[in-house]
Design a protein around this ligand. Sequence first.
Ligand SMILES: Nc1ncnc2c1ncn2[C@@H]1O[C@H](COP(=O)(O)OP(=O)(O)OP(=O)(O)O)[C@@H](O)[C@H]1O
Ligand SMILES: [Mg+2]
Length: 401
Amino acid sequence: MAEIETQRLEGYRRLIEIARDLASTLDLDELLDRIVNAATEITEAEAGSILLYDSTARRLYFQTATNIDQQIMRGLNVPLEGSIAGWIVTNRKPMRTDDVHVDERFFGDIEQTVGYATKSLLGVPLINKEKVVGVLEVLNKKSGTFSDADESLMLVLGSQAAVAIENARLFQQSDLISEFVHELRTPLASLSTATYLLMRPEIKEEQRTQIISNLHNETLRLNALATSFLDLARLESGRVQFRKTRFNLADLLNECKDMLQGKADEEHVSIKINVPEEMPTLEADRDKIKQVVINLLSNAIKYNRPNGSTILSAESNTTHILISIQDTGIGIPAEALPHLFEKFFRVREHETKTSGTGLGLSICKQIIQGHNGSIEVKSKAGMGTTFTVRLPRGAKTVPRQ
Ligand SMILES: Nc1ncnc2c1ncn2[C@@H]1O[C@H](COP(=O)(O)OP(=O)(O)OP(=O)(O)O)[C@@H](O)[C@H]1O
Ligand SMILES: [Mg+2]
């Protein structure tokens, strides 16, 4: 008994340190990593994970996990009914078992997908202001079974974690809003100058036409900015639910080509499609993948040169499908490459030549990551650029050795 008390006291002492540590970061990913690491440490577990709960979409999904491949785990949905984590969310209670396989609530699909064998499990709800924001789980106690002491430590950690997660989310949103407002300033300033000039009686007819044309372009740009910004804000908040279907990729690439052919003709740029005959179907959110390809292809056309070309191609291996968008355009300077997927980032040299919001690639990245995929870029200034999107072939068909 005395030993359990000592263990509990030591655990609480660690918790106080952890609380301080959690309060020091507002980066959501970093914070979630710290929480799972703290949870596995204080309960002496082999692994841990955090699932986040989106109450509007009623969606529960993995966000962070230790010892398990992040790429595969992240974004995986867990049903609210028929899973332990779902039970924890619905009942707002902790749950402990020595062997998940004898628990009828256990959702075996995940184990198959990620190839990690779970035996004992302890999970607690993450509740902030009466709202369940997720579930914190630890798996496979290194020796013995999860105890009452482990459960109470996890409950305390869970309540600290829930507050920290909400704070980080709010901060993320306010950060995004202030960046957006900052981006609004430039077009608003030119709109106000333009209208001021239009009111001047001495303005010549020719100048007037020029100003009106500028006004028109700036309003189009503001409109694009608002649409892209909303898309991105929704994706970043985790509120977007991907609607997966199985579809033929060659058809989708052809539709994207048709949509942008007019623009390509205007710029004197050709579009070729290169897809092997034997291409497996892809399971993903078709509209969202289309949005990604359209974004990348319109960049390939926009940042090209007259008589340049673009190639849309696809290939597959046993686990993934790769889509690449290649162009013979102006390329991207090496020092800009690390910033390319940042919000509002545009290559300085390109800013004067073309208009854009600098949000297209951030949106692409969010969509692809939401599908457990990845997006990469290779480019040589003056030579051309290739973007490669790598997507798992299907949600539940990730074979593991
Ligand atoms: N294929 C490409 N070739 C050269 N530069 C590129 C290419 N794709 C993107 N870039 C550079 O990366 C920047 C960011 O691209 P992104 O698509 O995010 O924004 P954008 O094209 O400027 O705006 P939007 O897509 O919202 O119209 C671009 O401004 C451009 O400088
Ligand atoms: Mg773009």
